[in-house]
Write a protein that binds this ligand. Structure first.
Ligand code: HEM
Length: 405
C-alpha cells in the first residue's frame, strides 16, 4: 500500500461519513498525490484546484485534440456507448469550440435577468411544499421539499409535462452512478438503459415541440437549431439531459446536507432563526462550502503540467478535490466550523473557468427559497432520526432526512 492509499480511501464508510479530516491529512502531506486505485493525481489545495480549473492545458475531454490511442487511453467498451453518446455531447464534457457554441445558446436562458424572473415562482413553490410538510407534522425533508423543488423548476424551464416528471429522478440517479470513481459493470448497465430511455423520451418531446412550440427551453433550442445555429439533435438531447440532471442533483444534496449541518450546529441554527433576513444569503454560501455537494471533478492533462515540482504528463488524469479545497485553512479561517455569517467565502462548489456552473444563480435562488420557507413556516423543525448517508463519494448526499415540527 503506498502512502496516498493510507491517507485517502474514498470507499471506506468512515471516509464517506466525514471526509474532511482525511482531506486535512492529505493537504498536510503535499500538494499533489498519485492515487493508484483510480490512476489519478489528487489535488487537495484550494489555490491549486482553483488554478487548474482555469488552466487550458487541462480539459474535460481530450477527444477534441487526440484519439484514444494517441492519448494512451482505451476507448470505453462498446456496450457503454449509449451512455457516452449522451454524456459526451453535453457541454460539461466538451471543450472549445463546441463547448463555446452550445454554452452561448444555453446561456440565453440563464442570464441574471431571466433567472431573477423565476424567483416568485420558485419562492411560491417552496412555500407550498413546506406548507404541505407542516400540515403533515413533518416527514422526509429530502422527498417532500429538497427534491421536488429543483425538479419542478428545471422541468418547468424545459417544458417537461408534469405527468412525466416522476421518471426524471430514477433516470438521473442511474446516469449519475457513472460519475463515481471506478463504477461497476452493474452501474454501467443501469446507466446505459437509463440513457436509452431518456434519449427516446427526449427525441419524442422534441418532435412534439417541433410541431407545436411553446415558450420553453426545448422549443428555444429547436428554434436556434432551425435558425442554423448548428446544434445537432444529439447535442440538443444531451443538453436537455445535462440540464435536467445537473439542474437538480446537486441542489437536492446541498439542501439536505445543509439542513443536516444546521441540526448538528444548534447555536448557528438558532442565530439563523433569529435573523433570517440578515443571514440567509451568507448561510447559503457557507452551507455549500461546509458540506460540499459535489466532492470531486476530473480533468485530463492535455499538455504536461507541473505542480509543486512534480511533472504530471500529458495523458494523465487529475482529480480536483472540491471538498478539500473548501476546507483549506490557507483560505478559510477555522474551516471545520460552520459560520453562517462568514463574509469572505470563495468556495469552489460551483467550479471555476469555462465550465463554471451555468445554473449557479438559479441554484442560489432555490436554496434561499427552501431555507427561507422552512425557517418561516417550521420554526421548531428538528431531526427525528440520524440520517443515513448515500454510499457515494463524488455526489455527496443523504438517503432521507426525517424531521418533525
Ligand atoms: C447547489 C447546486 C449546484 C451545484 C453545487 C452545481 C455545481 C456545478 C459544478 C461544480 C459544475 C462544473 C463542473 C466542472 O467544472 O467540471 C457545474 C456545471 C454545470 N451546472 Fe451546476 N450546480 C448546481 C446547480 C445547477 C443548476 C440548478 C443547473 C441548471 C438549472 C446547473 C447546470 C449546470 C450546467 C449546464 C453545467 C455545465 C456548464 C459547462 O460545462 O459549461 N447546475 N455545476
Amino acid at each position: 500500500m503506498n502512502a496516498t492509499n493510507a491517507l485517502f480511501d474514498p470507499w471506506d464508510p468512515e471516509f464517506i461519513a466525514d471526509p474532511y479530516p482525511a482531506y486535512a491529512r492529505l493537504r498536510e502531506a503535499g500538494r499533489v498525490h498519485y492515487f493508484e486505485p483510480t490512476d489519478q493525481w489528487l489535488v487537495p489545495h484550494h489555490a491549486d484546484v482553483s488554478a487548474l480549473l482555469r488552466d487550458r492545458r487541462l480539459g474535460r475531454t481530450y477527444l477534441h485534440r487526440f484519439t484514444h490511442e494517441e492519448f494512451g487511453r482505451q476507448a470505453p467498451p462498446p456496450g457503454h456507448e449509449p451512455f457516452h453518446v449522451l454524456n459526451d455531447n453535453g457541454m460539461l464534457d466538451l471543450e472549445a469550440p463546441t463547448h463555446t457554441r452550445i454554452r452561448r445558446l444555453v446561456s440565453k436562458a440563464f442570464t441574471p435577468r431571466t433567472v431573477e424572473q423565476l424567483r416568485p415562482y420558485v419562492e411560491g413553490l417552496a412555500d407550498k411544499l413546506v406548507r404541505d410538510l407542516v400540515a403533515d407534522g413533518g416527514g422526509d425533508l429530502a422527498a417532500r421539499v429538497a427534491e421536488p423543488l429543483p425538479v419542478a423548476v428545471i422541468a418547468q424551464m424545459l417544458g417537461i409535462p408534469e405527468s412525466d416528471r416522476d421518471q426524471l429522478r430514477p433516470w438521473s440517479a442511474d446516469i449519475c452512478g457513472m460519475y463515481e470513481l471506478n463504477p461497476s459493470e452493474e452501474t454501467a448497465a443501469r446507466a446505459v438503459s437509463a440513457s436509452l430511455e431518456f434519449t427516446a423520451y427526449l427525441r419524442e418531446l422534441i418532435a412534439v415541440r417541433r410541431e407545436k412550440p411553446g415558450d420553453d427551453l426545448v422549443s428555444g433550442l429547436i428554434a436556434a437549431y432551425e435558425d442554423g445555429e448548428s446544434l445537432s439533435e444529439q447535442e440538443m438531447i444531451s443538453t436537455c439531459v445535462l440540464l435536467l440532471n445537473a439542474g437538480h442533483e446537486a441542489t437536492v444534496n446541498a439542501t439536505v446536507n445543509g439542513w443536516y449541518a444546521l441540526f448538528r450546529n444548534p447555536a448557528q441554527l438558532a442565530a439563523l432563526r433569529a435573523d433570517p433576513g440578515g443571514l440567509v444569503p451568507t448561510a447559503v454560501e457557507e452551507l455549500m462550502r461546509y458540506d460540499t455537494p459535489l466532492q470531486l471533478f476530473e480533468r485530463w492533462v492535455l499538455d504536461d503540467i507541473e505542480v509543486d515540482g512534480t511533472t504530471i504528463p500529458r495523458g494523465s488524469e487529475v482529480a480536483l478535490l472540491f471538498g478539500s479545497a473548501n476546507h483549506d485553512p490557507a483560505v478559510f479561517a477555522d474551516p471545520a466550523a460552520l459560520d453562517l455569517a462568514r463574509a469572505e467565502n470563495p468556495h469552489i462548489s460551483f467550479s471555476a473557468g469555462i465550465h463554471y456552473c451555468i445554473g449557479a444563480p438559479l441554484a442560489r435562488i432555490e436554496l434561499a427559497a427552501s431555507l427561507g420557507a422552512l425557517l418561516r413556516r417550521a420554526p421548531g423543525l428538528r431531526l427525528t432520526a440520524e440520517p443515513e448517508r448515500k454510499p457515494n463519494f463524488v455526489i455527496r448526499g443523504l438517503r432521507e432526512l426525517l424531521v418533525e415540527l
